[in-house]
Write a protein that binds this ligand. Structure first.
Ligand SMILES: *Cc1c(COP(=O)(O)O)cnc(C)c1O
Length: 386
């Protein structure tokens, strides 16, 4: 099928919930992607911070090919070897002790909220204005953006406070507060980076008030910010961390990570998922994390991110419409003083896939394997379209 045919069929049969680009990717490898007409692109969206190790990585393809011939699925009422190995790996690379496997970011946040309520026996969750935590009813309620909630009668057990203002979070605590839920760096609202001490201050506030601190690392996890997890940037360890996006090299998986004591609030029957931690997806995630380690992608994210940020900052000399370049590692936002939706299609015509977050922020979240040459090309295309 050509692009036009794919678009027509999609519009006829798929529910109209996405504002889509007129682009149908049919192939991708490493940092490059191709559309149905074989036009080549450098991919700075990476499935929205999913393909951290690059598209169709050989090690992931090998792992899922091998596992698919042995066991694709079996219920969590049985023991699953790749799941056990993956859980061990996640505990080794994180600050946590126990893992629950889900299938997406929203589901991980949903489960984390259940866990926090079960552990504390309290209901209210403090979350941040302009946050993003998912599209299920409860995670939509946690998402501090009314434009996404309108018309859906979301649950009302959430209190929204200003991001990057720990005093506001402190002031919002009541006898019924179970937890503070926060993205270490806000992604969907345009790569918003908090002050260095903000998360540490939240940690102290949670300790003082005996409530839980939950980090939503769905977007920031797995090397994206130049650390394995963004908590390492801020020296603040949460009670619960939620993951998804990049965890399984492009296959759908989410995970809730928690300290032993918190995790023990869940007993058999309290939480479950038919597909969570399936043999196939667990083997893909294990291969993905091994690639991140073996190819030093956390360090590469830090150094390549620094290089990309410098190059983008240089553009500020010639383009007055750039307000700010911000971010850590390869999670970078370029704030423009006007809406940037049209820049996305202009970039596409030049062979660059970009994404516009929050209306006026170009979000760059390429695979962590991106090379200096590719970065130079990305920056020259951005220079041209601006
Ligand atoms: C993408 C994202 C989610 C939602 O993940 P899904 O897999 O789409 O449910 C939640 N939180 C953050 C920070 C995200 O970036």
């Amino acid at each position: 099928m050509n692009t036009k045919e794919i678009i027509e069929k999609t519009n006829k049969y798929v529910m109209n919930t996405y504002g889509r680009q007129e682009l149908a990717l049919t192939k991708a490898h490493g940092c490059n992607a191709w559309d149905a007409e074989c036009n080549q692109y450098i991919d700075c969206v990476a499935g929205i911070a999913v393909n951290n190790i690059g598209h169709t990585h050989k090690k992931v393809v090998e792992a899922i090919t091998k596992q698919s011939k042995e066991l694709i699925h079996c219920s969590n009422i049985y023991y699953i070897q790749p799941q056990a190995e993956l859980a061990q790996k996640l505990v080794e690379i994180s600050s946590h002790d126990k893992v629950f496997f889900s299938n997406s970011g929203a589901e991980s946040n949903e489960g984390a909220i259940k866990l926090a309520r079960k552990y504390t026996g309290k209901k209210n969750i403090i979350s941040m204005k302009n946050s993003f935590h998912g599209r299920t009813l409860t995670t939509l309620a946690a998402t501090g953006q009314t434009k996404y909630q309108k018309g859906f009668f979301v649950p009302e057990d959430f209190t929204y406070v200003k991001y990057n203002d720990s005093q506001k979070a402190n002031d919002a605590i009541t006898d019924d507060t179970a937890a503070i839920l926060v993205e270490p760096i806000q992604g969907e609202s345009g790569v918003q980076v908090p002050d260095k001490n903000y998360l540490k201050e939240l940690r102290k506030i949670c300790n003082d008030n005996e409530i839980l601190l939950i980090f939503d690392e769905v977007q920031t996890g797995f090397g994206r910010t130049g650390k394995m997890f963004a908590e390492e940037l801020f020296n603040a360890s949460p009670d619960i961390t939620t993951c998804a996006k990049a965890i399984a090299g492009g296959l759908p998986m989410g995970a809730i990570l928690a300290k032993d004591e918190i995790a023990s609030a869940f007993n058999p029957g309290d939480h479950a998922s038919t597909f969570g931690g399936s043999p196939l997806v667990s083997s893909a995630a294990l291969a993905t994390i091994n690639v991140i380690e073996d190819e030093n992608l956390v360090e590469k994210s830090a150094t390549n991110g620094e290089y990309l940020k410098e190059k983008l900052e240089e553009l500020m000399n010639t383009h007055e419409d750039i307000v700010e370049v911000r971010g850590y590692g390869l999670m970078i936002g370029v704030e423009i003083d006007h809406p940037c939706g049209d820049l996305v299609s202009k970039a596409q015509n030049e062979g660059l896939i970009l994404n516009c977050a929050a209306g006026n922020v170009l979000r760059l979240v390429p695979p962590l394997i991106i090379t200096k040459e590719e970065i130079n090309k990305v920056v020259s295309i951005i220079d041209k379209i601006l």
